[in-house]
Unconditional design. Sequence first.
Length: 135
Amino acid sequence: MKVRIIFILLSWSIKMFSIDPDKIIGTYWSPDKDGKISIYKKNGKYYGKSIESKTPKLRDVNNPNPALRDRIVLGTDVFFDFVFEGDEYVNGTIYNPLDGKTYSSKMWLEGNNLKLRGYIGIPILGVTKTMEKIN
């Protein structure tokens, strides 16, 4: 009986203090506040789509795929395949249409801000940007 009560209390405390992975879903200002990105979930992974821009007709001219260089960036996904692990969203990639490169990335929430670290190779060699959530 004591073991059962301890198990119930332990299960309850884990639920009470666990982070809701879907808390990340929503709309954020881009790091330079020149656009908005919508974070959404599809098939258990998290993605980000460009939904507003100060340059709405910006074309993806630096895309490594020549067939995509004429597309408009607005409305396309720029964050891909993030999975929630612990208190971070990891194993994702970020596409930067300004240079046409894709970077490994991880994200985490700090209050109302989304911290986004893009890197090549290992995270310590990267750059962290902050995106503010829009209510």
